[in-house]
Structure formats: structure tokens, C-alpha cells
Design a protein around this ligand. Sequence first.
Ligand code: SF4
Length: 354
Amino acid sequence: MQSIYDFSLKQLQEKLKPSFRAKQVYNWIYKKYATSYDEMKNIPNDLKNDLNENYKIDILKIAKKEKSSDGSIKYLFQLHDGHTIETVLLLMKKKKINDEGIIERSEKYTVCISSQVGCKVGCTFCLTAKGGFVRNLTIGEIVAQIVQLKKDNNIAENKALNIVYMGMGEPLDNYDNVVQAVKIFKEEEGLSINGKRQTLSTSGISSKITKLGNEDLGINLAISLHAVDDTLRSELIPMNKAYNIQSIIDSVKDFPVDARKKVMFEYLVIKDKNDDIASANQLVKMLNGINAKVNMIYFNPYPGTTYERPTRQSMLKFQDHLINKGVLCTIRESKGLDISAACGQLKEKETNKD
Ligand code: SF4
């Protein structure tokens, strides 16, 4: 049976008659987070029966959740076939209340969602890669991650969230389902998360970056670059042998980016591997002509890795160098560090707990 979260509003309108019922159902599942058709008071019984027989409300089962001291929450969701995926709610800004008790600023959240069970890309620094590829997530499984997080945290229906496709899996390797999920997230009658609030992060399948650009979804792009020469990048991301750095840079140059937005280049910094000034210089040269921002990420060691976390001093030196050369550069402080927030680590811990 298909999940109700698989469908765009238009598709649901074609299935449900009269079609205004589709908007009502959309309202119940995306704004009131209903998990059964019985809750839908304005839906007639015969339609409820029809819905029950044909479309499940497949909200994801919470197998485990861990809260970090910084307020971020990492979820392990169990899918209907027993496989598990990770989704992380990152608290980017806390609520600010002034002395008179008035809310000056509400919380700001970003949700990091998964697109596959496992991953084919095989990045050597990634625990997800070690488990191999199992399967693509369905559209409904991608969408339900956001619904379940909003429901579980009582996040108001009109509260804007940012989404990053940066959890388990390579989103462009599950292209059709991810593109459809982006469109469903954007539905104004549903979650209403516009393209500017969605960032697709890819390890760099350049042909699909070009295809994605032609979809005109208005979303942001992040590239897991991590290295400035193909030898090191192929060591870190074996798929680089098929899609090398130059092909990625070329596809990014053609990608339509909102004038106020930048393409994010994620740079996972590994001690003595890619944290030197020569690498910084090459990076500046490579990004020439792209409205780019570099986001440096500390490598987060896990048991069994030979890679090491860089020093804060080397991170700052690298960042200063980029900024002095006119490239916007931030250092991502590792949110959720105390809950094993690097990709795949919660799942790994769960699997190995016996
Ligand atoms: S880092 Fe991302 S793309 Fe690379 S193997 Fe892990 S999940 Fe896949």
C-alpha cells in the first residue's frame, strides 16, 4: 500500500473526489500531523474508508533519539522493513526572551534528512558507507522525516524550517524521489518549505547537478568538496574517479542560484591531509567565478579511523587565508558532537550495542 506522503497535492486531487477533499487531507497530515484518518473530522466516513483501504499514513517509528547539550536531537527512525535511518533536528538559534517576558526571536531549526538506507558512494571517512547500500528511500519516507520531527517536537505548523539533504545517502543517487520530495515540501497547502529553505548536499555527481539545475526548483546547492586535488579526493570519495573536481566545478558554474544565495562548498578538514595553506590557495583559485561560500568542518573521529581531527589553530589559519583572498568562509562548530553527530554514527552505535 502506498504512503499518503508519496503524493503531491495535484496527484491527490486527481485521486480524491471531489478534489477539494485533497486539500483537507493535506491540511490534516501536514498542518495537524494527523496519523489516522479517524482524526479527520471534516472528512466523510465513506472517504475515510476509501483512504484507509488505499493509502497508509506512514509516519516513521522512532527507534531511538538522543538529545545533545546544545539542543540538537538525533533520531533513528525504523522503516516498515526494519531498516533504520537517521534524521537530525539542529537547533540553530535558541529562543530569545527579553526582560519583559516578550519573545524577541523564536527558535531556528534546520533538519538534516536522509535520502537512502546506506549509500553507494563509499566515502572513506563515513560510517554509513561502511554498511554499504541497501535501498533508496521512497518519496513518503523522505517527507515523513520532517512530519515526524515537527510532530514529536510540537513545532507549530507555520514555523519555518530549513532542510538540508545531508543525512544518510547521496540524494542525487535517488534523484526522482528526492526531486518529488522537494516539490511536496514546497506545497503551500502542506509544509510550505520554499526552495530557498532547502539545500541539497551532494558528493558531486556532476551530470545530475546539471540535470537538477534544469528542474528550476529554486533550491540551494552544497558540494562535499573536501579536497582540491583529484588524488586526495579520490582517496576520500572514490566516486571522484568518475566525476572529477573539474567536472563538478563546471556543473556548479551552470547551476541557477538565487542572487542572494551562495553555493556552499563543504570542506571536511582532516589533520595533515588537507589543512595546509597550499590547499587553501588552490581552493581560492578553483572557486574563482563562483558565488561560493566555504564551510569548514572538523573531522569528527570515530573508533577505527586513522584520520585525525585538525587543531583549532590550523582551522583558523586556513579560514583567515580564504577570507583574506576574498572567499567567504565559516567554520561549522560541531553541533551535536556529544551525540555522535557525524553521518552514520548513531546507527552504528545502535547496531553494535550488544
Ligand atoms: S558521506 Fe554521504 S555520500 Fe559519502 S558515503 Fe557517507 S552518506 Fe554517502
